[in-house]
Design a binder for this molecule. Structure first.
Ligand code: FAD
Length: 467
């Protein structure tokens, strides 16, 4: 007997993962209730495309396609075909993400994408949607969830009311600080593995306005990076021709850490020293720096993700990662795809489904968490390293000329959803190490014949993989 369509499904969190999951389960004919702590983001019109943006790539797109949403998402995205690297004392240069010129990652507004999903859910008409309602307590045994909802009272002032939802199965898609995960942890006690590793660095978002003729002030088909060793800035384009800029910096490091950089003089000095060109692109950088919050970054690894067949955590609730591979949302969407594919195999119970999901997905979630940390170092340090740049130029040529035989680690993770994150990590790490060793030892060079390069890299990768 397949999963019972009469089972009442409660999804906590209508962010990116919860919304796609609700949409897909509703498309499959399940009874879904979706509850979100924040107000309905569609109620507040967006400021003409200005927003926090994310890089949406092939894994996320494949999952969106499952729900018929990929083209709608692409219609509100800007393709970025490579990194534009800004180093001190030299002209910025473009480093393609792949030798295949058709590949791109896509800059998309987070609220814009979330709105698309919520609209699609509402179109189906069968999902019960609640906003302003935070889950405050859960009884996993009874599948009973308690919520506190903010509502305008008679006097116009906000009032809070509590209500409860009785479900047959609960999905926790409530993000990195998940209440559902915390409840699982309390319930399982020592039987629950949990680590939260905070990164030494936090982030702060800034913005580059459109230019005077309503044009982009930087090349718009690239993700811009200013690697500065300990710190780094990136910028992604928005539809309104602005760029969302993110500064990644240590919290505590002296003198350039969020805890120490406070006065207007210190902030201006820092940008003058490290990112002088950004001072003209963001004339009010001091004001933005002081007004915008600093966010923390961390990695959550935990398990088990399910409470028998009664509850399952997904997305950031199960595996929050640092953003340096641009894969957190993509991985969360891929979770929904993997779950959907398992439902398709005609699983007989929620219990079996959740067990199979965790079994298949956990090693991939751990792999992308580790890869994202690798990329933190690669982006802030190695993109400016000559060996890294030589490696990239060899890889780009191989990907262009020998697309069937060679894919870089970045391409495997970002553009090849047919490979799991774990496979991409294992193969990609060995390949990176092989090329770097061969370049340092003077065995591999840019002037060699492509077939010779390929066979050297393949042989060395194989040796490393067999060790
Ligand atoms: C600076 C930064 C840049 C990033 N860039 C990228 C990128 O380029 N590409 C990429 O793929 N990923 C990126 N990510 C990661 C991405 O944002 C997350 O992986 C993604 O948002 C996870 O989706 P989610 O739905 O699991 O969680 P969330 O997006 O956090 O959604 C959780 C939802 O649950 C709601 N909620 C929380 N608690 C409760 C409660 N108690 N009751 C009810 N509702 C609740 C929240 O309000 C929220 O709407 C980035 C992250 C950061 C911090």
């Amino acid at each position: 007997m397949p999963l019972d369509k009469n089972d009442k499904i409660l999804i906590i969190g209508a962010g990116l993962c919860g919304s796609l999951l609700a949409l897909r389960l509703a498309q499959r004919g399940h009874q879904v209730t979706l509850v979100e702590k924040r107000p309905d983001l569609r109620a507040k019109p967006l400021d003409a495309g200005r927003s926090i943006n994310l890089a949406l790539s092939d894994r996320g797109l494949k999952a969106l396609k499952m729900a018929g949403m990929d083209q709608k998402a692409l219609a509100i995205s800007i393709p970025m075909r490579g990194r534009m690297i800004h180093q001190p004392g030299r002209d910025p240069f473009f480093s393609p993400y792949s030798g295949n010129t058709n590949t791109a990652i896509n800059s998309i507004s987070r609220p814009g994408l979330n709105e698309l999903l919520l609209d699609a859910i509402e179109e189906i008409g069968t999902v019960d949607l609640y906003f302003n309602a935070a889950c405050i307590d859960l009884d996993l045994e009874r599948c009973l969830a308690h919520f506190e909802q903010q509502k305008p009272g008679n006097s116009g002032a906000e009032q809070s009311e509590t209500f409860q939802i009785q479900a047959d199965v609960i999905f926790g898609c409530d993000g990195a600080g998940s209440v559902v995960r915390k409840t699982l942890q309390n319930k399982k006690g020592e039987g629950f593995d949990f680590t939260l590793d905070w990164l030494s660095h936090g982030y702060k978002e800034l913005s580059i306005d459109p230019g005077p003729d309503h044009t982009f002030q930087l090349r718009d088909d690239a993700l811009h990076i200013w690697p500065r060793g300990e710190d780094m800035i990136i910028a992604l384009p928005n539809l309104d021709k602005s760029f969302t800029v993110t500064l990644f910096m240590s919290h505590t490091r002296q003198p350039h850490g969020f805890e120490h950089l406070n006065s207007p003089e210190q902030i201006e000095d820092y940008f003058r020293q490290k990112y002088p060109e950004l001072l003209s692109l963001i004339p009010d950088v001091v004001r933005q720096y002081q007004e915008n919050p600093t966010g923390p970054l961390g990695t959550v690894k935990c398990g088990p993700w399910n409470y028998s067949g009664k509850a399952l955590i997904m997305g950031d609730a199960a595996h929050a990662i640092v953003p340096f591979y641009g894969q957190g949302m993509n991985a969360s969407f891929e979770d929904v795809l993997v779950l959907d594919q398992l439902i398709e195999t005609d699983v007989q119970s929620w219990d079996t489904l959740f067990e199979k999901f965790a079994q298949e997905r956990k090693k991939d979630a751990d792999a992308i968490a580790d890869l994202a940390l690798d990329n933190f170092h690669e982006m802030k340090e190695h993109t400016a390293d000559p060996i890294f740049q030589r490696k990239r130029s060899i890889e780009v040529r191989l990907e262009q000329e020998r697309p069937r035989d060679y894919q870089s680690k970045y391409s495997m993770v970002t553009f090849n959803p047919e490979l799991s994150y774990h496979q991409a990590m294992t193969q990609g790490r060995a390949q990176d190490k092989a090329i770097e060793q061969l370049l340092r030892d003077g065995i591999l060079s840019e002037s060699q014949d492509l077939d010779d390069q390929l066979s050297l890299i393949q042989k060395q990768t194989k040796t490393l993989l067999s060790q």
